[in-house]
Design a protein around this ligand. Structure first.
Ligand code: PSU
Ligand code: MN
Length: 304
């Protein structure tokens, strides 16, 4: 279900940016998460872009939340985490949940949205050969025509393996003003990217080329690094992440719980510094998504 504001924006060809709700519900601590949800929407509105935060509330898929909806995803207990495969069961049973990158990208594309901003994508977990844990974000993005602005993939993951999977799955990755794939909390993961773009116009040219080529509906990833001044200290990152991975193994955390566990561990054991880096990354991604959506809406209105 589209909110009135999003429906009206789409009808007049105004820019809209999709935002996910799992980062709010399961990725950020309360009560700060609600302030962040509002702030991200505000960053878009300030730029003349309509925000579409996406979630499932009482069995209804919602594209665009009102203030009450934002409060629910930020503060409601036992809110589920919904990937793509969880959407139908949630709708059928009247459940409420926050949508991951996979769940959000699917609903956004179905609603006719083309630009989506998040923090870091899911990907291949360290220890994959034992657990086979790879985020459903990757395969969903290989089948969904949407442009996702992200700070790379979460650095708790096996980043080189995730990049290999994205190549195999046919998902294009563009470094935004960088030849290095970003490292989520860190400006660089030290992995190369094959393509670099300089501005929103260049991103939109690639989106157009995707549509001209037609065929397989894959996503476009815009890898936008957190500024060096806002990144987490790399030595602190490496040290605390190693402890977090050990703690997760000791506590036998697996499945959907592992990503929230590791993110929360990092926040606690960096005294909040990882949270600030995460937020700086998300804010930068939302600002860039606003520019891309504005350029895209303008071109789509003026070119038949
Ligand atoms: N980006 C963030 N924080 C998050 C996430 C992304 O800055 O919490 C969420 C996204 O919703 C992503 C999910 O889809 O983590 C990945 O979870 P999993 O590894 O279980 O697929
Ligand atoms: Mn998983």
């Amino acid at each position: 279900m589209l909110s009135e504001e999003v429906r009206e924006a789409l009808e007049r060809g105004a820019p809209v940016v999709a935002l996910e709700s799992t980062i709010i519900a399961h990725g950020l601590p309360r009560p700060r998460n609600l302030a962040v949800a509002r702030e991200l929407e505000g960053l878009l509105r300030d730029r003349g872009v309509v925000p579409a935060t996406i979630a499932v509330l009482d069995g209804v898929a919602r594209v665009g939340l009102d203030e009450h909806g934002l409060e629910r995803i930020a503060h409601q207990d036992n809110l589920r985490k919904l990937g793509f495969r969880d959407l139908a069961p949630a709708l059928a049973t009247g459940a409420s949940g926050a949508t991951t990158v996979a769940g959000t990208a699917f609903l956004a594309a179905r609603a006719g949205l083309r630009v989506f901003a998040t923090g870091g994508l899911g990907g291949v977990h360290r220890g994959f050969t034992l657990t086979q844990d790879e985020s459903a974000d990757l395969t969903l993005l290989s089948r969904t025509r949407i442009t996702v602005v992200c700070a790379g993939v979460k650095s708790i993951l096996d980043v080189p393996a995730t990049l290999e999977r994205l190549e195999t799955l046919g998902v294009a990755v563009l470094g935004f003003n960088t030849a290095r794939f970003p490292g989520f909390y860190l400006t660089s993961s030290n992995q190369p990217v094959d393509w670099t773009v300089q501005d929103a116009e260049e991103v939109v040219a690639v989106m157009r080329a995707q549509d001209t080529l037609g065929g397989l509906e894959s996503a476009l990833l815009i890898a936008n690094p957190v500024p060096g001044t806002d990144q987490l200290d790399p030595a602190l990152h490496d040290r605390v992440l190693a402890q977090a991975l050990e703690a997760a193994e000791r506590a036998r955390v697996t499945g959907q719980a592992i990503t929230p566990f590791l993110l929360a561990y990092l926040i606690e054991h960096t005294a909040g510094a990882s949270l600030e880096a995460n937020l700086a990354a998300v804010r930068g991604n939302v600002r860039l998504a606003a520019e891309i959506a504005t350029t895209w809406a303008h071109e789509t209105r003026t070119t038949p």
